[in-house]
Design a protein around this ligand. Structure first.
Ligand code: FES
Length: 105
């Protein structure tokens, strides 16, 4: 399956789902601009901020307290914001679209 990352200026990049990798790892392994993952996936930097459609937000799993606290500090947080390092990719995410916030351009 595939997940599509959409940059703030509308550029779409499809990446292959690798089960067990986080969305942050998928993005950085595929050179998606705007996902840096500076803390290595510890929910501590906010440089892997993504925005999901509501439909996918509900399927992306629960947020930890650490993630929720980090998102509180994240510019441009939206109702369906997540930290992509806290979401494990599964084949059930085939067709998912992920938007990147302006801050990370
Ligand atoms: Fe740092 Fe996700 S990689 S919060």
């Amino acid at each position: 399956g595939k997940i599509t990352f959409i940059s703030y200026d509308g550029e779409e990049t499809e990446v292959d789902i690798v089960e067990g990798q986080t969305l942050m790892q998928l993005a950085t392994n595929n050179g998606i601009a705007g996902i840096d993952g500076d803390c290595g996936g510890e929910a501590a930097c906010g440089t892997c901020h993504i925005i999901l459609e509501a439909e996918w937000f509900n399927k992306a799993g629960d947020q930890s307290d650490d993630e929720a606290q980090m998102l509180d500090l994240t510019p441009e947080r939206e109702a369906t914001s997540r930290l992509s390092c806290q979401i494990k990719a599964t084949e059930s995410m085939d067709g998912m679209t992920v938007r990147l916030p302006e801050f990370q351009m």
